[in-house]
Ligand binder design. Sequence first.
Ligand code: ZN
Length: 343
Amino acid sequence: MKGLLKRLSNAPGVSGFEEKVRELIFNELDGYVDQIKIDEMGNLIAIKNGIPDGKRIMLAAHMDEIGLMVRYIDKNGFIKFSKIGNLNDQMLLNQDISIQTSNGKINGVIGSKPPHKMKKSEKNNVVEYDRMFIDIGASSREEAEKMVGVGDPIVINQNFQDFGYHLVKGKALDNRVGCAILVEVLKKVDSSATIYGVATVQEEVGLKGAKTSTFSINPDMALALDVTIAGDHPGIKREDAPSELGKGPSIVLADESGDGIITHPMVKKLLISEAEKENIPYQLEVREGGTTDGTAIQLTRQGIPTGVISPPSRYIHTPVSVVNMEDIDYTVKLILAVLNDVK
Ligand code: ZN
């Protein structure tokens, strides 16, 4: 499981450019499910058949990560970029990056003045992203254009590592954690329901892949698998993010203060009763900011009973986030308990 998460975390997959992650998931699932298809938007849909006329249950995990995109190349070969997804400017400066081009990966760095050359006011203020630039080692626009193109996606690099007790750190754990859980569940599930495992595209930029894939699948019930914010570290009030690492997955009861999802009562009851029955630790969460694919899924067609299961993660939407592998194992157990118990 850790090896799979490592490969998923290290793979590049900025929203709209999820091919490498999709390829990995495809190869993992090949032979374990009855069918795998890629739809028009780029979602991967893996189907494991249940009994004829049985229930249809959808699991969704988004493949995309937040990142950057080449917007402009200046005459000296430096690159201006746009942000793709919810990124904070103050964590961008001096990051090690790679640009994914049609000819492969180009390495670079988000450059800045050395501190010696900064005025005091500059040192104390956040540099806004549109004043930053990327250095790819080109010395002219012509040289840079041979390497990268406008519209190419940019990934902030960070190598996956384990540390501490059961913890791992890496980039894009939002939501390669969900992807790893999806793969593991599909490999092991034995349900009377037909399971549609969907690795979705473009969640971070408007829940797009979930919208289109749910329309085509039209399931009886759905679970979105994503990470949630862990508040068990300095600088954050526990009441603002009560979930903590190592205490099992969070069952989300509402997110975006109810503007996102308010979990369907049947799904809420099902998740909690299975966790209790199987002695799986879990946390309950009412989230104020942020939402998931579950929000788009529940509003499809006539409405789909939907829930969200989220292992907590520290530092999401920053270049390096942290999760506890035990929470991931518990999440897999809980989802398998739910699916294998479907009547
Ligand atoms: Zn996410």
